[in-house]
Design a protein around this ligand. Structure first.
Ligand code: NAP
Length: 533
């Protein structure tokens, strides 16, 4: 029996939308499934207060339609979530993408049939669909993890995880609000909620090194300049390690005088975007001594901005180095802790014991709240795969195959799971990337491979075990050259709400240009390392 589809796609975020368009334009019979009621992926789900880009807006949008680039006006240098969701919807309208997606359709299982060389998807309402090729476009941060605190479900007030935020307005005025978690999402949420909450209590376990975002509206003159500069922006992104507009300064902190270092950091700290992280001295991310100097600079900034020295000390990170976790970019975060309506609780000193119907019980106090916000992160990269029963050859579950850490080839396929491509999957440059740039690279590469297969008449592609093991070794070799593995973070697959998960590196630390070069070399060599027939 022929498959009704050549290609099935899971997810209608930025990856799924582009992948679907490319397949359809090339005449592949394609269909997509999306759990949400519309397109947008991360921007559809994460509607929490203050959610916005940390990439410059004009470096983030799709690069593949010059018409779209000229039509769309970003209103701010770092646009907020509602605008990005509108952008995704605009793209879907313009290219009629919704037509080939089924919405409100969460995929429960994906089962490989070796005899028929077919993947069969089943949704939560029992709908099934089959295809030769399956492309997951799940996003690296789409499996939210509410905290595993006893009594969580007993709370009678409003309670939200930031990644499943309601679509209706939520107000904080006169309310006693708790926020648990101080990662990039918590930092954005706290800053926004503090503006109107009656009282805000922040529960922090690990303080992060946050730095100013430097956001502002885009003026008319800037808009014209931006529209004339897209080729240049994308060329810059293609050349930088993380595909952002920022790139490491070739100088080394350890070989630069203290005065020059200070002046540079002072300027980078206040410059918009990730300059202080990705545009820092080249050795800050790789040399512990250089990193210690940069860490001390940011600590000093925190102490300067927070008036009460006791509170400041709670906010100063001490157990990891600057930039070894993603740096949250903020707009007045530290000043929030100077407000009389805000309290910071260090849960290392005052642990949460349980949640009760009216609030949170710590080891010292009973605190009553009207609302609890969980900014407690994600089961990153692997989590959204594990939430689907993905069965490969001989009935092997992907979740079992990856239990000791994924083995992948280019972060795009795993042995034992033929014809399954994982856009922005584990070991893929996307983990550290200004993600649409890496999404486009991933989608274009997979698309090229499927055209190649169609031309050759191949209907089965599987990463060889030896090639996947070699790539996975390379992934670990690359991260060993950096300081990322020196601390816990979602890059390392660590989330305290998923203690069953093994600590393992989930991204690719060799940089997107090197990653792309490897992908291109594999393609040029007839897709070396992939068994094709
Ligand atoms: P995250 O970085 O994993 O932070 C989760 C926070 O919740 C951490 O502070 C964590 O503490 C805390 N936490 C988790 N479980 C807890 C528990 N049971 N009890 C108390 N605290 C708990 O997640 P995120 O903030 O959602 O950010 C994830 C990533 O999303 C970011 O790194 C970034 O890549 C992306 N993001 C980007 C933007 C943007 O500006 N574009 C904004 C938001 C997010 P510990 O650190 O101690 O574990």
């Amino acid at each position: 029996m022929n498959n009704p589809y050549d290609v099935l796609i899971i997810g209608a975020g930025l990856s799924g939308m582009y992948q679907l368009k490319r397949m359809r334009d090339l005449g592949f019979r394609v269909h997509g499934f999306e759990a949400g009621s519309d397109v947008g992926g991360v921007w559809y789900w994460n509607r929490s207060p203050g959610a916005r880009f940390d990439s410059e807006s004009y470096s983030y949008g799709y690069s593949w339609s010059k018409e779209l680039l000229q039509e769309w006006n970003w209103s701010e240098h770092f646009a907020a979530q509602p605008e990005t969701l509108r952008y995704c919807q605009y793209v879907a309208d313009k290219f009629d993408l919704r037509h080939d997606f089924s919405f409100n359709s969460r995929i429960k299982s994906a089962i490989w049939d070796e005899t028929r060389r077919t993947w069969t998807l089943t949704t939560d309402d029992g709908t099934t669909a089959s295809s030769t090729w399956l492309i997951t476009c799940l996003g690296p941060l789409s499996a939210p993890t509410p905290p595993n605190i006893p009594g969580r479900d007993d709370f009678k007030g409003e309670a939200f995880h930031t990644a499943t935020w309601p679509h209706t307005p939520v107000t904080f005025a006169n309310k006693r609000v708790a926020v648990i978690g101080t990662g990039a999402t918590g930092v954005q949420t706290i800053t926004q909620v503090a503006k109107t909450a009656g009282h805000l209590t922040v529960f922090q376990r690990t303080p992060n090194y946050c730095a100013p975002l430097g956001n502002r509206p885009i003026t008319q003159e800037e808009q014209a300049r931006i529209k004339a500069s897209y080729d240049q922006f994308f060329a810059t992104c293609a050349a930088t390690t993380g595909s952002f507009l920022h790139t490491a300064d070739p100088r080394e902190a350890l070989k630069t005088s203290a005065e020059e270092r200070e002046a540079f950091w002072e300027q980078q700290y206040y410059a918009p975007g990730f300059g202080i992280w990705l545009g820092n001295f080249a050795d800050v991310g790789t040399n512990a001594e250089a990193n210690a100097l940069a860490s001390e600079f940011i600590r000093r900034k925190i102490r300067e901005r927070v008036k009460d020295p006791v509170i400041a000390e709670k906010l100063v990170p001490k157990n990891h180095g600057f930039g070894t976790r993603r740096v949250p970019l903020e707009s007045g975060y530290y000043e929030v802790f100077n407000q009389p309506n805000v309290e910071l609780i260090d849960i290392n000193k005052e642990p949460i014991q349980h949640i009760n119907p009216h609030g949170i019980q710590t080891n010292e106090r009973t605190l009553e709240f009207d609302m609890i916000i969980y900014a407690t992160g994600f089961d990153a990269v692997r989590g959204s795969f594990d939430r689907i029963r993905i069965e490969g050859t001989n009935g092997t579950l992907l979740q079992d195959a990856w239990s000791e850490g994924p083995t992948t080839l280019l972060g795009l396929q795993s042995p034992g799971f033929p014809n399954l491509f994982t856009i922005v999957g584990p070991h893929n440059a996307a983990g550290f990337c200004n993600i649409p740039r890496c999404i486009e690279q991933n989608v274009d590469w997979v698309t090229g491979f499927l055209i190649h297969a169609r031309t050759k008449g191949n209907t089965r592609i599987e990463a060889s075990t030896s090639a996947a093991e070699e790539w996975t070794r390379h992934v670990y070799d690359m991260v060993a050259l950096t300081l990322f593995a020196t601390t816990d973070s979602w890059f390392m697959g660590v989330n305290q709400n998923t203690p069953e998960k093994k600590r393992t590196f989930l991204a690719y630390a060799g940089g997107s240009p090197r990653y792309k070069k490897r992908c291109d070399a594999v393609a040029a060599d007839g897709y070396r390392g992939f068994i094709q027939n």
